[in-house]
Design a protein around this ligand. Structure first.
Ligand code: SF4
Length: 414
């Protein structure tokens, strides 16, 4: 997977389309790669390997002591199977598709110097025999659900694909799919070539602004990966504005039905209306309103602390009112072999403890089939830890209805 990024990269397009000056504002800040990014890169390499192998190309499986796990095997299988199905489907539609793996696409006719790498670009025919360009993108992450619907990264890749192959092939339809197996997310968006090109034209002026470092700074969920975030004035303004606004209108609305004089009423959440009865507490409905902003502010605050800590610790930058200190540390053995020798010489035994290898390690050792045969009956998947997530998350909501409630609802209906 190439690690060269355009200034107006497709993957950061949501950011520069909403906040054009961010591209230039973040220029001086290092692009620090995380462990998750390294694992994601490896997963992409395995995806590429599996598809190239299917296409009968000579390829070597990528190696990684650290990241080559059963889970990576499973999620890359989901991607490879999806891509293979598209190719096979196009063959059934009566054409031999062209399949390009890790295809560099150039969309600089829309965004200055814009280019990127599409995980998969396939050209063939759809079920109705129409010329089809299908772009597929693999996402290894499980932090944020990524939807293919009007996804600017995918649409830029598609524009690049059209620019390269549109004049050679009769393409009428563009399909864009995102495969995010860790969130059980396979999402596809389709539009006509005309719709795609119109969108491209509509963003051209914004892309120009972004390239020139102009336009309005605007915070939103696209700030997540902005390297300028810790020192972004717009983010600071937003956080401070929330404290001053009448957003949490403590003098109205919340107390409509409450007895304002009774500040001693016991805590009692009304789960039907999500409103606390006491006038001194904020109703859940109002907290819900500010949750998206709070999430963003909380992530901004984290970024600010991480940034100033790194400046002080790694670069010796003085931060007025603060100092760098050593944290608590634990004692460690400097030479474990010598420790064992000395302990044994002095008659001590039971120096080691044994632990069972993990389920994944068992599976790797035995192979999937043998593992299922011998140990499958002892494997269970307990329910995951409950979490509150935004409504557009693809997972099914937990049903809190108890059997007795269901029964009483049925009785009421009768
Ligand atoms: S952090 Fe600031 S500069 Fe970066 S995208 Fe958000 S608002 Fe724009």
């Amino acid at each position: 997977m190439p690690d060269v990024h355009a200034l107006l990269s497709a993957s950061s397009s949501k950011q520069w389309l909403h906040c054009p000056p961010s591209v230039r504002l973040q220029e001086g800040f290092p692009n620090e790669s995380s462990v998750y990014a390294a694992e994601g890169t490896f997963a992409h390499e395995v995806c590429e390997y599996k598809v190239r192998k299917y296409l009968h190309e000579r390829v070597k499986r990528p190696q990684s002591e650290e990241y080559d796990t059963e889970e990576i095997e499973q999620i890359t299988d989901v991607y490879a199977e999806f891509v293979i199905t598209i190719i096979e489907q196009m063959r059934q539609n009566g054409c031999e598709p062209l399949a390009f793996v890790e295809e560099r696409v150039n969309y600089s006719h829309i965004a200055p110097s814009g280019f990127g790498t599409a995980d998969m670009l396939i050209i063939g025919r759809d079920e109705n025999g129409k010329g089809l360009l299908h772009i597929v993108d693999f996402k290894a992450g499980k932090g944020i659900f990524v939807d293919a619907g009007h996804n600017s990264q995918m649409m830029l890749y598609a524009l690049g694909g059209l620019a390269a192959y549109g004049f050679l092939y009769d393409i009428e339809i563009v399909r864009m799919s995102i495969i995010q197996p860790r969130l059980d997310n396979i999402s596809t968006f389709e539009c006509s070539v005309k719709e795609l090109e119109d969108w491209g034209e509509s963003i051209r002026p914004v892309a120009k602004l972004a390239y020139e470092g102009k336009g309005e700074q605007k915070p939103g969920d696209w700030c997540r990966f902005c390297r300028a975030k810790p020192v972004c004035k717009a983010c600071a303004d937003e956080a401070l504005a929330l404290c001053h606004e009448d957003f949490l209108d403590l003098d109205a609305g919340a107390f409509d039905t409450a007895d304002e004089s009774d500040m001693t009423a016991p805590y009692e959440a009304d789960t039907q209306t999500a409103v606390f009865k006491q006038p001194g507490l904020i109703p859940i409905s109002e907290i819900a309103e500010i949750l998206p902003t709070l999430n963003r502010i909380s992530s901004w605050i984290e970024a600010v602390f991480a940034f100033v800590s790194s400046e002080a610790i790694n670069h010796g930058v003085p931060i007025p009112g603060y100092k760098v200190v050593e944290g608590r540390s634990k004692r460690i053995f400097t030479d474990t072999k010598a420790v064992v020798d000395v302990a044994v010489q002095n008659g001590y035994t039971d120096l080691y403890k044994q632990t069972l290898i993990t389920l994944t390690e068992f599976e790797k050792m035995m192979g999937k089939k043998k593992f299922n045969e011998l140990l499958g009956q002892y494997v269970a998947k307990p329910p995951g830890k409950l979490a509150l997530v935004p409504e557009n998350d693809p997972r099914e909501p937990v049903d809190f209805t108890t059997p007795s409630q269901e029964f009483s609802a049925l009785s009421d209906e009768e």
